[in-house]
Design a protein around this ligand. Sequence first.
Ligand SMILES: [Zn+2]
Length: 264
Amino acid sequence: MFRPLRIPPTPWRSWLSLLIGCAMATQAFAWGSQGHEVVAAIAWRGLQPKARQEVARLLALESGQTLESIATWADEHRSAATGAWHYVNFPRDTCSYEPLRDCPDGKCVVAAIARQQAVFASHASDSERFKALKYLVHLVADVHQPLHAGYADDRGGNRFQLRAFVRGSNLHALWDSGLLHQMELDNTALVALLQSLAPVAYGRDLNVVHMAQESCRIVALADFYPQGELSDAYVQRFTPVVQQRLALAGARLAAMLNAAVVTD
Ligand SMILES: [Zn+2]
């Protein structure tokens, strides 16, 4: 996470770029920690009293945990068995979702969210439901990161190299954290900004397939894959998209948890 800094001219800016580069290099698999934390913070604010009480009760199973602090647990506990839970791949020519083709054996983010929703809403043990909560808070954010619903041939943009913010990077890392960090907002300021965005029309759509398809359609935009050095125009065009995806993920996560507790 990066706090807003007023940066003097070089050489400090160069050093900071280097530090940011190192941090981003470790975050090549999902929204960076800031993205996950702000989605969780927005969701927490959107919980209705009954759901908030239940989420707080589960969080209390481990001392000091908050919805934000568990938001990156699923990345920290990735394994060969769970790695595919964080994304779904679409063919390059369509964003239609076909489970047998796009989610074989339920190994994709769409099916993983459905499974964790079912556990969270069930009468399973507290520890099982807490684990489901850890997955939900993370995976609902992931499915809103466009490149978690991209293409297998470039591994969701991880193999698409580019230069951004005076350093080498790749498209996936740019969308995980690069576009976020260039805003130079701390979590509190970023959450306030995201909550000030007018709720988008489809914010109430809790169909996970649609969430993945929205992400796929962003990746399919003609200008999504930048050419050459990242331009200011690209940053200006897609920073609002990043903001919208994070805001949507937070609002939808809250609505999903509210619905699960109501029907419990
Ligand atoms: Zn992830």
